[in-house]
Structures are given as structure tokens and as C-alpha cells.
Design a protein around this ligand. Structure first.
Ligand code: TEU
Ligand code: CA
Length: 558
């Protein structure tokens, strides 16, 4: 077993805009984060992943960066950042920065130069191409609807943007650009940050010639031409040699469309690229053939299949990151649990399920108090560019049914995760004394951090317990995963084994009682209940168990 601190760690993601506002302008900020560090330390987490705090015009809430070495004014100053790093370290925690280098903002100095003329020294920092008879150079559609190309009159060429038109893709084929990025990363690491979460890092290499898809459609998903592209491993190995390998840090690459085979290279155990990646396979289980907004119900069978594939395929070869939600995804208790009657119990069940898998667990802000999805009445109350672009294309221009599209937004929209953190039951959930940039979920009266801290049975303390268990039992971190009774319709059951120790994890994903039976091997004799999400568990034999709706248990057998 290859011990590493980043395998033993638990990461907590902060979306700064929505975390805590210290000055009443309605926008979360760095000083606001500092105020809450004790809350996080008390939870027991090891690493904070901070979504982007760099200077940005906020077309995509900071994922469009106009200066990688400056802090967004709304969030504070570089001095505040330095204080944040100090205060995090003083509490024995670490800071992982978001690194968004597949694209920059169109307001970045590089792009401003790049579009001045075809022979500008910065021209090749981005991807420019002549049109195809008055049409864009190819038919790729953007993550955020519409074409991936925008026309620029000055030079009569188009530039590529896989996301919004204010997020032009950087040209990684240019060694000068790569050097600038590596220098910038080194600059942050020398400031004391402890790692990077790399935004869509598997999109940085595009297939030569940027060909259209074969469908002949005007707009089509071109993923095969830019996801896990031809030179991506070469670039990451270069980055690793020149920057990452010189520091003892944590790295995770966000990688939509990566298979376990890709992951075994990105996150290879030799450490020549990254520590781990974020897979999207389990996030796609409720998407139909029409993509993200074509919502269909997910099934437990599919969840078992996908999660097990990642557990098995990376065992000994790489390392998993474990997450059920983040700032781009709906709230996990609403999506995979039950956010009504069984909100608390199912949130704990999901946490158990996730934290007992092999990999590094990620908690998204508010998850630890069981925050839920939101339903705003009108489209105007939403902020997210992805939501608005999709809505315009579908409803305003496409004439689709308003209610049906709103329903999809309620289930899948990214703003579900971005409503402000619910700290207490005062106005705007104590997030701000002003007017929040995005409305607070009206359920803050009941669901908030103060209530959680005052209740020994809260989800918050349950996470604290899970994290403590991780620190005490090596088998949770390093044990071998095995799916058992894979056809059970209600229970996701698996084991973890390390030497003499075995964990039996039972998670009832249904709102009904469920029966389960487990045969121990004759050599085993002690059974200890490590984790349970019900107040009392009646003494039962493992060979004849009944689990309540959304009940979860972890037994340690040795
Ligand atoms: O996300 C990239 C990504 O592929 C998705 O999460 C995507 O935003 C979502 O699925 C759309 O449905 C990263 C960031 O996490 C996201 O916030 C940014 O908007 C995006 O990159 C561009 O930087
Ligand atoms: Ca503020």
C-alpha cells in the first residue's frame, strides 16, 4: 500500500461567491472565508479547494480569468489571500487553488493582444481559424449552447471557445503559452498554496485540423476531437516535470468524458501526471440521449455498475476522487437521496456510501448540513450562463414549453448548488447583511449551520464522525473494494479489505425497508458497528438484517 497524505485527506470545496459575505455587498469574499475556518477545522477536513478567486469579468463566475496573478476585487486583495493561506496553515489545513487554463477570459491581456492582428506576438496564444464560406470553421457546439466559434472582424477570422464566447481556448501547442502557465503555477506554489484542481484539463489538446463531426449537422457535439486529445498526456507530463514534481502537493484534474483507461494514465500510480481526476460518468446517469437537459431517472443498478467500474479499474493503478455534487451539479440529497421526509437520514446514507469507497472524498459547501436544490419561480431569478443560454436557445428562440424547460432547470441547473450557504435563520440565512447576488433557498429557516451545530444527531456531526473514522482505520483509505450482491434492488452493498480487517458497507437507497443477509467466513469473529445513521440499531445477526428506509451501516469485521 502506497501511503500518501492526499489519499488520507478529505477535501472541502468552497464556492467563494456563495460562501460568506463579510462586508454586506451581497457577494461572498475571502475575509468571509477566514471567518469560517474554525467551522471547517471543527468538521475535520484537511484540504480546502477554493473555486477561482482570480480577477475576472465574471461571465462564468470566475471561470473566465483576466489576470491569473490578481485577486477579483469583489473577493478582496492579494493581502487577504496571503492571510487566508496563513490562517489555513495555522489550523493544519491545506489550500488547493482552482486552475483554469484550458481557456482565459477574452479580457485577459493575452487575448486583447491576440486579436489585434494576425501577426501579433500573442496571436498563437489562442486558436484562430478562417471561416468556411461565411460559416464557422467547423460544426462543434459549445458546452454552453451555440457554436464554439466567434467571428472577429479585425482579422476576418474566428476564435475557438468550448465554453462561452468570453472564454477563448488557450493554444497549448504554443510552448510560450505553456511556459507562461507553468511560471504562473510556480508563482502560486511559492506563495504557499498546496495544490491545484485543474479545470477541464483533459480538453487542452485538440485534434489536428479541428475537423467537423461526420454527421453533417450545422451544430454537433465534437467531444471526440477535444476530450482526452492527442497531446494531453505529453502536456501534463511536461507540467509535472517542470512544476508539480517539485512540490509536495495535491492535484486533481477535472475530466469530462474520461474513461477509466484515460484515468489510469492521468492519475497513474507512478505520479508522472496528476494525483487523481474527477470522472463524470456517475453525473451522467440521469441524462438521456439528448444530453444534460434531457432528464431521465437514474437507477441503482447503473450507479453500482459505474462506481464499481471506477473502483476496480483504478485499483493499484491510479486513485479515485469521490464526489456526488459540486458547484456545477445539483445537490446530492435532492438527486440521489430524498430531500423531503428522509432528508437527514438519506444525506447521511449518501455520505456513508461515498466516504467508505476507495479514493479521496470531496465535500461541497452546504452538503454537510444537507442543503437541497431550489425552485425559483421565474428564469430571471437565475444567474448561471449555462442556464440562460440553454433557456434562450430552447424557449426564446426554439419555442419549447416554458414549464418543461423550467422543470429541467429545477433538476439539473447549476444554480441549485450556488444559492448562498445557509449559516443561520436570520435574513438571507446569515450569508450577507445586504442583498445576496443569488437568492437564498427559502428553506434556510430549518436547514442551516447553527441548527446543525446545536444538534448532536445532525448531518454535520455525522460527517465529523466519518472523517474521524477515516483517520483511525487504514482500511477505509487503502482497503480493496468489492461489490457484493450486485442485483439487490434496494441496497448498495460492498466490502473493503485490508489484511485482517474487513468493512461491510450497507446502504439502503430506497424509501422502503430492505432485507439483507451476509455470511461471515469462519475465521472472523468480532463485529463492530462503526457507522450508523439511525439513532438505535437493534441487535441483529448479519445473516438476517432488516434496514430501514435510507438506512446505512458500516460493520468492521475482524
Ligand atoms: O466545468 C466543466 C464541465 O465540463 C462541466 O462541469 C460543465 O460546466 C457542466 O457540466 C455544464 O453542464 C468547469 C467548471 O467546473 C465550470 O464551473 C465552468 O463553467 C467550466 O469548467 C468552464 O470553465
Ligand atoms: Ca463581500
Amino acid at each position: 500500500m502506497d501511503k500518501k497524505w492526499w489519499k488520507e485527506s478529505v477535501v472541502y470545496q468552497i464556492y467563494p461567491r456563495s460562501f460568506n459575505d463579510s462586508n454586506g455587498d451581497g457577494i461572498g469574499d475571502i475575509k468571509g472565508i477566514i471567518e469560517k475556518l474554525d467551522y471547517l477545522k471543527n468538521l475535520g477536513i484537511d484540504v480546502i479547494w477554493l473555486s477561482p478567486i482570480y480577477q475576472s469579468p465574471n461571465d462564468d463566475n470566475g471561470y473566465d480569468i483576466s489576470d491569473y496573478k490578481a485577486v477579483m476585487n469583489e473577493f478582496g486583495t492579494m493581502e487577504d489571500m496571503d492571510t487566508l493561506v496563513e490562517e489555513i496553515h495555522a489550523r493544519g489545513m491545506k489550500l488547493m487553488m482552482d486552475l483554469v487554463v484550458n481557456h482565459s477570459s477574452d479580457e485577459h491581456q493575452w487575448f486583447i493582444e491576440s486579436k489585434k492582428s494576425a501577426d501579433n506576438p500573442y496571436r498563437d496564444y489562442y486558436i484562430w481559424k478562417k471561416g468556411d464560406n461565411g460559416k464557422p470553421p467547423n460544426n462543434w457546439s459549445s458546452f454552453f449552447s451555440g457554436s464554439t466559434w466567434d467571428y472577429d472582424e479585425t482579422t476576418d477570422e474566428y476564435y475557438l471557445h468550448l465554453f462561452s464566447k468570453k472564454q477563448p481556448d488557450l493554444n497549448w501547442e504554443n510552448p510560450a503559452l505553456r511556459k507562461e502557465i507553468y511560471d504562473m503555477m510556480t508563482w502560486w506554489l511559492d506563495k504557499g498554496v498546496d495544490g491545484f484542481r485543474m479545470d477541464v484539463i483533459n480538453l487542452i489538446s485538440k485534434v489536428d485540423g479541428l475537423p467537423s463531426t461526420s454527421s453533417g449537422k450545422d451544430l454537433d457535439w465534437g467531444g471526440e476531437y477535444f476530450m482526452n486529445g492527442p497531446l494531453v498526456h505529453e502536456y501534463l507530463q511536461e507540467m509535472n516535470q517542470q512544476v508539480l514534481s517539485k512540490y509536495d502537493i495535491i492535484t486533481v484534474g477535472e475530466s469530462p468524458g474520461a474513461t477509466t483507461k484515460d484515468a489510469a494514465r492521468y492519475a497513474n500510480a507512478e505520479g508522472t501526471e496528476l494525483n487523481m481526476i474527477f470522472t463524470f460518468e456517475h453525473m451522467d446517469l440521469d441524462s438521456g440521449p439528448g444530453g444534460k437537459w434531457d432528464v431521465k431517472p437514474w437507477t441503482l443498478g447503473d450507479l453500482k455498475e459505474v462506481m464499481s467500474k471506477w473502483q476496480y479499474d483504478l485499483a493499484g493503478k491510479g486513485w479515485n476522487s469521490l464526489y456526488l455534487n459540486n458547484h456545477d451539479q445539483p445537490r446530492m440529497v435532492s438527486r440521489f437521496g430524498n430531500d423531503g421526509e428522509y432528508r437527514v437520514r438519506s444525506a447521511k446514507m449518501l455520505a456513508t456510501f461515498l466516504h467508505m469507497l476507495q479514493g479521496t472524498p470531496y465535500i461541497y459547501q452546504g452538503e454537510e448540513i444537507g442543503m437541497t436544490n431550489v425552485r425559483f419561480e421565474s428564469i430571471e431569478e437565475y444567474d448561471d450562463i449555462e442556464i440562460h443560454n440553454m433557456f434562450r436557445e430552447a424557449v426564446t428562440e426554439g419555442g419549447q414549453d416554458y414549464d418543461k424547460v423550467m422543470e429541467a432547470i429545477y433538476v439539473k441547473g447549476r444554480d441549485n448548488a450556488r444559492t448562498p450557504m445557509q449559516w443561520d435563520n436570520s435574513d438571507h440565512a446569515g450569508f450577507t447583511t445586504g442583498t445576496p447576488w443569488l437568492k437564498v433557498n427559502p428553506n434556510y429557516d430549518e436547514i442551516n449551520a447553527v441548527n446543525a451545530l446545536n444538534d448532536q444527531d445532525s448531518i454535520y456531526y455525522f460527517y465529523q464522525h466519518l472523517i474521524q473514522m477515516r483517520k483511525q482505520h487504514d482500511v477505509i483509505v487503502y482497503g480493496k473494494y468489492e461489490l457484493i450482491q450486485k442485483d439487490h434492488a434496494q441496497i448498495y452493498a460492498y466490502t473493503r479489505t485490508l489484511d485482517q480487517d474487513e468493512l461491510l458497507i450497507l446502504c439502503n437507497f430506497s424509501g422502503e425497508k430492505a432485507e439483507f443477509s451476509y455470511e461471515m467466513t469462519s475465521k472472523q469473529d468480532t463485529v463492530e458497528l462503526l457507522v450508523q445513521n439511525m439513532e438505535t440499531v437493534e441487535d441483529q445477526f448479519l445473516s438476517e438484517l432488516t434496514l430501514a428506509p435510507y438506512e446505512a451501516r458500516v460493520y468492521k469485521i475482524s
